[in-house]
Ligand binder design. Structure first.
Ligand SMILES: [Zn+2]
Length: 434
């Protein structure tokens, strides 16, 4: 799909689903859009930032709720982004409906709000027995327009119907549990309409988009992709090149092959540690350092398993990030040093899209990361490059590299990981020129 079409579709979805949030944050978003436009990113960044702003709004409006309760007005029973006029109308109705007729229900429902009140009776002045967050699952036994009867901890309670859904809402627990950026992150999945998305075979997992805070925001999204960590990925094959042509270099997949492992499990360090554990450690350190420096971060993986193959990861980065850094350790045992996988100097490969339009950007990013690593004293292999025809490179439409920050024999202590994080973050700054 062309970028313009994508933007239009994104706009339509927003109109349908998040118009209320949208209006609330128009002022800020407008400002950010202007910044994005100035940096040449236009609608792409605008959409991303709007998503994050909307999520911030959900987390940030609890204070007012308590004030409303204390003044004796109807409680909104939620945090949500309902416009004030509409909210007071709804609450007036809730207050009137003190003994509602309930339709019998027997279904699972989910809370789609933050700090949603669980009350002992279907009245907004009834005692609050508990407060639930988004994603909490309940059994609903009765329904009216304003109140639902639910079973919570084996007892009957009442919750405002408008904040319950029958489909599971996107949870924010992944982001919240990581500690540093509560309320500024949101899960993102692969949109099947995105270009090349249909070439992915494993894509039910979610990445998490983190938004930097503070006055030093850069307006750039860095995709941090902890290599490997997709259970079952090595038994699935995907096409090496979007156009079906064979691989031009040999690596873990031989030259001439047209399909490759969708995502491999990675190597094991000489001390027995799986590569995927260490790439994740480096990714988490890098994420924190980039956020601190004002970059937004698209984290592909935050646990031992995310169901996203190499193509899914690449397409997510293509559509949501300004560059893509996949972190790996090589399978040699010589502690040979860091390098990135550069684009092979093979005419057919460099003339194949999207490689043709982007390979020089990939090299610019790779060279910047290597310079950053060198600057903090990380050992380098040769000139910091090794040419390789990779699935990631073959599908990337943003600056994108696989960087091998060491090998099986490399030190992967916390200190070493921290040093790599500093070097890579320096490299990102060099790449964006700030
Ligand atoms: Zn690897």
């Amino acid at each position: 799909m062309k970028r313009a079409e994508w933007c239009e579709k994104a706009g339509n979805r927003k109109e349908n689903r998040t118009m209320k949030r949208w209006k609330k944050f128009m002022t800020t978003a407008g400002l950010l859009a202007a910044m994005a436009a100035a940096s040449g990113c236009q609608m792409k960044n605008y959409e991303k930032i709007e998503l994050s702003k909307a999520q911030e709004s959900e987390e940030g409006t609890d204070d007012g709720k308590e004030d409303v309760k204390e003044t004796g007005n109807a409680s909104p029973d939620h945090e949500a982004e309902v416009p004030d006029a509409q909210r007071s109308a709804v609450n007036a109705e809730i207050t009137k409906e003190t003994a509602p007729e309930m339709e019998a229900r027997d279904e699972v429902v989910y809370v789609d709000a933050t700090n949603l009140n669980v009350r002992t009776a279907p009245r907004s002045d009834a005692a609050v027995a508990a407060s639930l967050n988004r994603g909490a699952q309940l059994k609903r036994t009765g329904y009216s327009k304003f109140w639902s009867r639910v079973i919570y901890q084996d007892k009957e309670y009442y919750i405002a119907s408008q904040y319950l859904t029958t489909t599971k809402p996107v949870e924010e627990t992944t982001a919240a549990s990581s500690g540093t950026t509560d309320g500024n992150a949101g899960e993102v999945g692969l949109n099947p309409e995105w270009k090349y998305a249909s070439s992915s075979k494993i894509n039910s997992g979610k990445a998490v988009l983190y938004r930097a805070e503070g006055s030093n925001r850069k307006g750039k999204v860095v995709c941090v992709n902890a290599g490997h960590g997709t259970q079952g990925g090595s038994s699935v094959k995907t096409q090496c090149h979007p156009d079906g042509t064979p691989k031009v270099t040999g690596g873990s997949t031989a030259a001439g092959a047209v399909t490759a492992t969708a995502i491999s499990s990675g190597m094991t360090f000489d001390d027995g540690t799986p590569e995927s554990k260490v790439t994740l450690a480096v990714a988490k350190v890098l994420k924190d350092k980039l956020l601190a420096r004002g970059y937004d971060v698209l984290m592909i993986r935050e646990s031992d398993d995310v169901q996203l193959d190499n193509i899914a990861r690449t397409v997510l980065a293509n559509n949501l990030a300004d560059c893509h850094i996949a972190i790996h350790y090589d399978s040699t045992s010589s502690d040979k040093g860091a390098f990135y996988m550069s684009v092979p100097d093979v005419a057919s490969y460099r003339s194949m899209e999207p490689v043709a339009s982007h390979w020089q950007q990939h090299h610019a990013l790779g060279d910047s990361l290597i310079a950053g690593l060198k600057g903090v004293g990380v050992k380098l292999f040769s000139d910091g490059r090794m040419a390789m025809d990779l699935t990631q490179t073959s599908y990337s439409t943003v600056p994108s590299v696989d960087i091998e920050v060491g090998d099986k024999a490399s030190d992967h202590s916390a200190a070493a990981v921290d040093k790599l994080g500093n070097g890579l973050a320096d490299g990102v700054e060099l790449f964006f020129g700030n």
